[in-house]
Every structure is written in C-alpha cells, then in structure tokens.
Design a protein around this ligand. Structure first.
Ligand code: HEM
Length: 334
C-alpha cells in the first residue's frame, strides 16, 4: 500500500516534468519575443514600421526602462555630443579669442584719458572681492575641466598620452563635481549683492548708443555698473542658474525623470557653458589688459578717481554727495 502510493507519486512527478520539458520551447518563444531582434535586419524592419522609432522588448525586472532596445533620440544626442557640441564650443571660444585679439589690435588698451589723479575711491569692499574671486576661481577650474570633457580627447590625449590623460581627466572630474557647489553659492551671492545696481535703465540705452566709450569717442555717463557690465552680470546670473539646474540633474541622474530629460539637461549644460566661457573671456580681457586701471577695482578694491569719473561719472557724483569719494592715495612714509 505504502509502495503503491510512492509509485503513484513517482508517475505523477514524471508526467509533470515531461509536460514542463515539452512546454519549455514554446514558453521561451513567448516570453522572449526579442530573440528575433538580435538579427539586425529584423531590428531595422521593426524600426521602419514604427512611427515613434523606438523598439521595445518585454522584460520581467522592475526597471521598466531596460525594455527599450533602440531609442533614436539617443543616437541624435550622441551625434550632438560628439559633433555639434565640438563645433559650438570651437566657434564660441576661438571666435571670441579672435575677436578680442582683433579688438586689441584696432583699439589698443583703453587708457585713463585724463591721466591718473593719485586720488582713489573704494569701488568694491572686501566681501564683494571675496565673493568675486571665489566664483571666478571656481568658474575657471569648472571651465577648464568641462572643456576637457568636450575637447580633451582631441587636444590633450595626443599631447599627454593615455595614462597621464586618464589621471588628469579623473582629477578634473572630481574638481568639476565638487567646485560646482561654491560656484553656485557665489552666483547666488553675486545676484543678491549686486542686483540693485544692475536693473536696466534709460541711461543704459544712451550708453549703448554711444558705443560705451569703447567704440567711438567720449565716455557716456554710467552709474555703478554700465550697460556692458549689466550684460555680464545677467549672463553670469542666468547662465549660472541654467548651469546649476542642469548640473545638479547631471550629478543626480535619478532625479532627472528619464534618459530623455537627462539628454536635454546635458545639451543645455554644454551649450550654456560654452556661451558663458565666451562671455567671461571678454570680461577677463576688459577687466585686465583691455583697460587701464580696471583690475584695481577687484584687486585692491580702490580705483583712481579719474578712472571712475571717465567710466562711471554718475556713480562718482552719487558717492561724492555721500562724502565717499576722492580720498588722496596713500603716500609712502618718509
Ligand atoms: C581672471 C579672471 C577675472 C578677472 C581678471 C576679473 C576682473 C573683474 C574686474 C576688474 C571687475 C570690476 C569691474 C569694475 O570695476 O567695474 C569684475 C567684475 C565682475 N566680475 Fe570678474 N573677473 C574675472 C573673472 C570672473 C568670472 C569667472 C566671473 C563669473 C563667472 C566674473 C563675474 C564678474 C561680475 C558679475 C562682475 C560685476 C559686473 C562687471 O563688472 O562686469 N568675473 N571682474
């Protein structure tokens, strides 16, 4: 009796195993419709008959995105990343450098026409200079490490060789990821501290119409920041905000809401950064070799009174009313 029960159990077990074995090939075809897809031609056929251009498979893991076999938007993004992005960057950066070199050759250094007066006034206090140089230092490292992502393989790799290029790129990536934070803080601080002096007014239109004293003759009046500097300010604030939002999504891709969004933010990050590098190159030029007396404003914080009168006459008048302009420059002790 006990033996009979065991025998029946064995027969049922064997029958079940046989059923599963026979059913297996059919089941495999059913749950793996993408087996055909390994053949390229069939994949291409699937693409052709599909208006969205996407080819999906069927999967049993929780991550639904893994079912996407082909997404044409990915190919477009790669073409942008490896082609268009290089052209945009090269035109923006090299174009701006060429423009500045031409401007320097034609216009020369913008001089203080009345000569230095020997009297100075405070243009930026210590906090403003700290905020500026913190943001500027971060931006320069971010720009160089970012440019390495776009141009490094073409420019640095042949110069350094694979090992050194790998080390440099790794260090650049860490610097880029961490310096993004003080840069964002600096942008926010600049926005809060300088916005009151950067609201566009009618004076800016007159300044622009007169060529800002850079092209043409004379020095059109300006308050603390002229129209050119307001353009720099708003480019830095709006460009910085776009770089911050897109950059945070690139740092934390899980929050971007899918691959397509991530590609969108990547394109924004790349294009805005190249434009901002071009704008900042112009800013660095005019704040250093392009204009006599300008660097002092961010160096010591004190500018010559004649420089201030020529470039920011309305601001000087305001400061004089407040009794804050025209202290004689320090004389050396005898
Ligand atoms: C070596 C690099 C740099 C130099 C030599 C430089 C120089 C200067 C100077 C001299 C000023 C004062 C202009 C004045 O007195 O009216 C200034 C202002 C300013 N800088 Fe820079 N800067 C540099 C980099 C940067 C960077 C990287 C940023 C932002 C990403 C930046 C943003 C600003 C802004 C928003 C202002 C106020 C608006 C203006 O004057 O254009 N600077 N800079």
């Amino acid at each position: 009796m006990r033996l009979g029960a065991h025998f029946r159990f064995l027969i049922v077990g064997l029958a079940l195993a046989l059923t599963v074995a026979i059913a297996q090939p059919a089941a495999a075809q059913q749950i793996n419709p993408t087996a055909n897809a390994v053949k390229e031609q069939q994949l291409l056929d699937a693409l052709r008959g599909n208006p969205s251009g996407e080819v999906q498979g069927r999967i049993s893991i929780p991550d639904g995105t893994a079912a996407t076999l082909i997404r044409p938007a990915g190919r477009e993004w790669r073409e942008f990343h490896q082609g268009t992005m290089l052209r945009v960057g090269a035109i923006a950066v090299l174009g701006m450098l060429a423009l500045l070199a031409a401007f320097y050759l034609v216009r020369g250094r913008v001089k203080v026409e009345a000569g230095l007066s020997g009297r100075t006034m405070t243009r930026f206090n210590g906090f403003e200079r700290f905020m500026h140089w913190m943001t500027a230092t971060c931006f320069i490292v971010l720009a160089l490490s970012g440019l390495n992502v776009t141009f490094g393989k073409a420019v640095l790799l042949p110069l350094l060789g694979p090992q050194a290029f790998t080390n440099v790129s790794l260090a650049a990536k860490w610097a880029h990821n961490y310096l993004a934070w003080p840069f964002m803080l600096g942008i926010a601080m600049m926005f809060l501290v300088w916005i009151k002096d950067n609201i566009p007014t009618g004076t800016d239109l007159k300044w622009l119409a007169a060529g800002g004293g850079l092209v043409g003759k004379g020095h059109p009046p300006a308050r603390r920041f002229n129209a050119g500097q307001k353009v720099i300010f708003w480019s830095v604030v709006l460009g910085g905000a776009a770089l911050s939002v897109s950059g945070v999504y690139l740092l934390f891709p899980a929050f971007a809401g899918g691959v397509l969004n991530l590609q969108f933010w990547n394109v924004i990050h790349g294009v805005v950064s190249m434009l901002m590098v071009a704008v900042i190159l112009a800013h660095i030029y005019i704040g250093s070799i392009g204009m006599e007396g300008a660097f002092d404003a961010m160096g010591s914080g004190e500018v010559d009174l004649n420089w201030a009168k020529e470039h920011h006459s309305l601001w000087v008048a305001d400061q004089m009313k407040k009794g804050q302009a025209g202290a004689p420059a320090m004389q050396p002790a005898e």
